[in-house]
Design a protein around this ligand. Structure first.
Ligand code: AHR
Length: 607
């Protein structure tokens, strides 16, 4: 078998934005995931059972009873948790306890920043404590004096001791020293955040995303953009400003969203990763099949999208740019792509053509420079890009039909965004067979990246606790303490970090049908990036007929597993990971064997 590679002549330009990220509030991606809030149901969402995730705790003879209070600190949070405390005193406290998202993580010598809103009818002293579930040991604590008065926010800081053992099996208790009525709202506690940003993100997950060399973040979804019903869509205006002004909303994946990850937080997340948002605007269709009639009824939604674009990109002299500046970010965010809706091929009423056109014409009139992405083929409105989604098995991705689909596609039509894709074997995170499917697909996307301008795997994140996952096969898994990368994650890290600016001419003969490759060159780095994917279980001894490379040492990054079902897990996070070595490459005929079940990435200096 021979693979012929001519590195001397670039063929087509590789899209500089090829690899990016897509996320949404699914699998406890933000709440219970990236968003570093530790308290679950911090706003006492009115749900069954009442006060879900909260229990009463009392020492000695003290008692406390819970009911919903009819006042709250804001119009958005107009109710509260009302505690009636009886027979309490110093050392005899009563209050409430919260388990976090399947346990709160506590690490040694770490600072946790907390706050809550309270209104009390008698002076009181609150005690916030992080407590180990098993031993009952207090790991960190603080006392907060509560004077009588109207609703007010109180802040507290918990420092854990150096001798604390890192664990996720801890909870928060908030107890009170004196009898009386205590109304509480927005009880919060944050673990350390990326760049110490208030209301920020978990550093471990941010670092893992950064290592994927992404170029964009598609936000805010996915189904999460649409909601099950029109009134459960991602209403970005309700996600702005102080947390106390955010009413929270029900997401389509079966749980309430805190909206702590609001539009500005999404944008700052992009800024932290030095990437651009791909802004998806709600386009008048929700998952249970309801749509807004194009025309007059849709107009407010179109105006809302224009406001949203102004919030992202407007200077502080504009209405929504001023709003963003008021929230501490005067600098506009960069934006090039706007997506209109999500998976609108589900709209059986076929209203998307007209809806897309209405959005496209209004957006283009005000913002002619932005590229517009349609989520289904349309006959009106002339999208710049179409968003295609693929959730397939390894075999489906290996098939010539799929792998060569875009080779044959007309280059005169819209560009392509693979806004969601994944090989779906393995749970909660993909196994090595899936990584092979993914790698084969990435060779196809790279070869076609004159047409495929962007691609983002989905879903990206999952909390691995029982009940934490709504969609099996997610790229990165975690609990409150730990996180780990799947083999598919590593395949993407390797592919995205070793990508040239041009494709080059290649051809194969006599190769196994499960052998895939991609070859790109970087003018700047003077490098050939050669990706070889052997998805068969047998080693492949091939002759590489190379032209234009430097004979000598090259870097080889290899991702390999003994079987396709092999995988990583929270207990064995590094079972499969890239291994670096050096190989001697020959310009001309180079004989090289690729082990079975392997993904290899070679950095070969050009001549
Ligand atoms: O990524 C999971 C879901 O798959 C997305 O929310 C939706 O767009 C797609 O159907």
């Amino acid at each position: 078998p021979t693979l012929t590679i001519d590195a001397s002549k670039p063929v087509t330009a590789v899209s500089p934005t090829l690899y990016g990220l897509m996320t949404e509030e699914i699998n406890y991606s933000y709440d219970g995931g990236l968003y570093a809030e530790m308290v679950r149901n911090r706003t006492f969402h009115d749900h069954w059972p009442p006060f879900e995730y909260w229990t009463v705790v009392a020492q000695k003879s003290a008692t406390a009873q819970l009911k919903y209070g009819s006042t709250g600190p804001s119009a958005a949070l107009s109710k509260s948790l009302q505690l009636t405390i009886v027979d309490a005193g110093p050392g005899n406290e009563a209050g409430i306890s919260n388990p976090g998202y399947w346990g709160m993580a506590v690490q040694p010598s770490t600072t946790y920043k907390g706050s809550f809103y309270a209104k009390v009818d008698h002076p009181n002293v609150a005690h916030a404590r992080l407590i180990a579930d098993d031993s009952g040991n207090v790991l960190a604590q603080a006392a907060i004096v509560l004077p009588v008065g109207d609703w007010k926010q109180f802040q507290y800081v918990l420092h854990s001791q150096p001798n604390v053992t890192a664990s996720s099996r801890n909870h928060l208790e908030l107890t009170f020293e004196h009898p009386g009525i205590v109304n509480l709202q927005l009880v919060s506690l944050f673990s350390p955040t990326f760049n110490n940003t208030p209301n920020g993100n978990r550093p471990d997950l941010m670092k893992m995303m950064s290592a994927m060399s992404p170029k964009f973040l598609r936000l805010p979804g996915g189904n999460y953009l649409e909601g099950d019903y029109i009134n459960e869509r991602f209403e970005w205006k309700k996600t702005l400003g102080p947390l106390v002004d955010r009413p929270t909303h029900r997401g389509p994946w079966g749980y309430q969203s805190t909206d702590g990850m609001g539009l500005l937080e999404f944008l700052k997340w992009c800024e932290d990763l030095k990437i651009e948002p791909v802004l998806a605007v709600y386009a008048g269709y929700s998952l249970k099949g309801y749509h807004v009639q194009p025309g007059k009824d849709l107009e407010p939604f179109v105006l809302d999208a224009l406001d949203e674009i102004e919030y992202v990109t407007g200077d502080p002299g504009t209405k929504w740019g001023a709003e963003r500046a008021k929230e501490g970010h005067p600098k506009p965010f960069p934006l090039h792509y706007i997506e209109v809706g999500n998976e609108d091929w589900f709209d059986k009423s076929k209203s998307y053509d007209a809806r897309f056109e209405q959005f496209a014409s209004a957006i283009r009139q005000k913002y002619p420079a932005y590229k517009l992405i349609a989520t289904a083929p349309v006959t009106q409105g002339q999208p710049d890009v179409i968003d295609d989604h693929y959730y397939l098995t390894p075999e489906e991705f290996f098939s010539p039909d799929q792998n060569q689909k875009y080779d044959k596609m007309d280059r005169k039509g819209p560009k392509i965004f693979i806004g969601e894709w994944a090989t779906r074997t393995g749970s909660p995170t993909p196994d090595f067979g899936a990584a092979l499917g993914d790698a084969s697909w990435m060779t196809s996307m790279e070869r076609n990246s004159d047409l495929i301008v962007m691609a983002s795997y989905a879903p990206l994140l999952t909390n691995i606790n029982p009940g934490g996952m709504q969609w099996s096969t997610d790229l990165i898994g975690y609990d409150s303490l730990r996180s780990y990368a799947s083999p598919s994650y590593w395949a993407q890290v390797l592919f995205a970090a070793h990508l040239g600016d041009h494709t080059i001419r290649t051809s194969g003969s006599g190769l196994d049908p499960r052998f895939f490759w991609s070859a790109t060159t970087s003018e700047k780095n003077h490098m050939l990036y050669l990706k070889l994917v052997n998805a068969s279980a047998e080693p492949q001894a091939i002759t590489l007929a190379l032209n234009g490379v430097h004979s000598g040492s090259a870097q080889l990054s290899s991702l390999h597993a003994a079987t396709r079902s092999a995988t990583n897990s929270i207990e064995r996070p590094n079972a499969i990971a890239p291994v670096q070595s050096r190989v001697n490459v020959v310009d001309g005929q180079w004989k090289h064997t690729i082990p079975g079940n392997s993904i290899e990435v070679l950095d070969i200096p050009l001549k």
